[in-house]
Design a protein around this ligand. Structure first.
Ligand SMILES: Nc1ncnc2c1ncn2[C@@H]1O[C@H](COP(=O)(O)OP(=O)(O)OP(=O)(O)O)[C@@H](O)[C@H]1O
Ligand SMILES: [Mg+2]
Length: 404
């Protein structure tokens, strides 16, 4: 049975965000509670201290539950980190029945075949996403059910993650009594929240530049084409500012967020070079922006290097959509257009109702996307984890019903 209330937990390097939402009758989401806390115990998207990370998650869940006056038992959870890798794989099956009609069961079989790659023990399958089907060699079929043919092929995008990294995240969340509905790669979630069907069709890059990682997803012909995670993002921008200008990290972070800009040089030429100050530390505005721009330009070039093909202009004519907190830097779209020579826009999640003011920021694309993914895929989980406590609770509940 489909549930009507869902929750998501985005355990980021900078913040943990829990959201609770009702699923509307048209499959949309109405947000009823949001809880954000600064994250501790994480480095570059990975849990490095289970107790600290668990406490941050607990606090964020508590805030969201309080705001919505509901309790959550489980949530959709985002996964990121350099340990994630992806590949494209094919599956083929024969349609042997007399009528040669493709049925849902054949789809299940062909996907099963595509996912039967050898995954090493230390890796876990996160997603097997069908990119397109072919019936008797006729490619580009989105839904082959009901077609006739002898042979059914599927192209899939397979995403795997290091078992230990996933286990640490799962342990933190289960440790506070929350089960996991599904684990979702973060750039896939972000893309649910900000990309249009047209962009995915013609070809687009989504880059979520957060605190610890830049998460990349490339879409083409309506489906996922490529995913990768870079271990550089907003944290490195702040560290460059701190080192370059001799500032404490906290002051550099505040200055970056308050005054930082990556306006390309020709646009940012100011007549005067004002001095700016924060907590008694003064620096030149031009120096601050030069440092941030240099690192952001490098991140953009790294995104291009991650493209699976050198002729990226033909692969992704719809350009680049930026999410993550660092996409708030002023001038980022112009800088992106300068580097890529393609359209660039900042993706702000808008596809939702309810208490959404705080979520209308590129930093919350992952959280909103996790909810939208959940609303779309309820019941079709690749990965489901139910803790011992929950299993016991459910067993006791069933036993009580037997006797009452
Ligand atoms: N207005 C702003 N200008 C510049 N940078 C900003 C601004 N607001 C937030 N940031 C930066 O965005 C980063 C946090 O982004 P986000 O909340 O998307 O990260 P996260 O999800 O916690 O981390 P990750 O996804 O990398 O694990 C921080 O480095 C922060 O300095
Ligand atoms: Mg993030």
């Amino acid at each position: 049975m489909k549930r009507t209330t869902l929750a998501s937990i985005d355990v980021g390097t900078t913040k943990v965000c829990t959201t609770i939402a009702d699923v509307t009758s048209d499959g949309g989401i109405r947000v009823v509670g949001v809880g954000v806390t600064p994250s501790r115990g994480l480095h570059k998207g990975l849990v490095v201290n289970i107790n600290e990370a668990g406490e941050s998650i607990r606090e964020s869940v508590r805030k969201a539950q309080q705001a919505s006056a509901t309790r959550i038992e489980s949530a959709y959870v985002g996964v990121t980190g350099r340990h994630v890798s992806s590949l494209n794989n094919r599956g083929v099956v024969a349609i042997t029945r007399n009528d040669r009609l493709v049925r849902p069961d054949d789809l299940r079989r062909v996907l099963e075949c595509a996912r039967s790659i050898k995954v090493p023990n230390d890796r876990k399958l996160l997603h097997v996403i069908p990119r397109g089907y072919a019936v008797d060699g006729q490619v580009g079929v989105k839904n082959p059910v009901g077609m006739h043919g002898f042979r059914l092929d599927v192209e899939t995008h397979i995403i795997t993650a290091a078992t230990t990294s996933v286990q640490n995240l799962v342990k933190c969340i289960r440790g506070i009594g929350i089960d996991i509905d599904d684990l979702i790669l973060e750039p896939l979630a972000s893309s649910e929240a900000v990309l249009t069907e047209d962009e995915k069709q013609v070809g687009v890059i989504l880059a979520d530049i957060g605190g610890g990682t830049t998460d990349i997803a490339v879409f083409k012909e309506g489906s996922i084409w490529h995913t990768s995670i870079l271990p550089v993002a907003g944290y490195q921008l702040t560290r460059d500012v701190a080192i370059g200008l001799g500032l404490p990290f906290d002051v550099a972070e505040e200055m970056k967020k308050r005054y930082g800009s990556v306006m390309p040089v020709y646009e940012s030429k100011v007549e005067t070079n004002p001095a700016i100050s924060q907590d008694g530390h003064g620096v030149s505005y031009q120096d601050l922006c030069d440092i941030i721009r240099a690192r952001m330009e490098e991140i953009m070039r790294l995104i291009l290097l991650e493209m699976p093909r050198a002729d990226y202009e033909t692969l992704v004519p719809a350009g680049l959509v930026l999410t993550g907190g660092s996409a708030n830097l002023s001038g980022i779209e112009a800088l992106g257009r300068d580097v890529l020579r393609l359209p660039v826009r900042v993706g702000v999640p808008t596809n939702m109702y309810g208490i959404t003011d705080s979520l209308r920021d590129p930093a919350y694309a992952t959280s909103v996307g996790l909810l939208l993914w959940g609303a779309k895929n309820e019941g079709a989980h690749t990965w489901r984890s139910v803790g011992f406590a929950t299993r016991l609770r459910r067993l006791l509940f069933r036993m009580r019903k037997l006797f009452v």
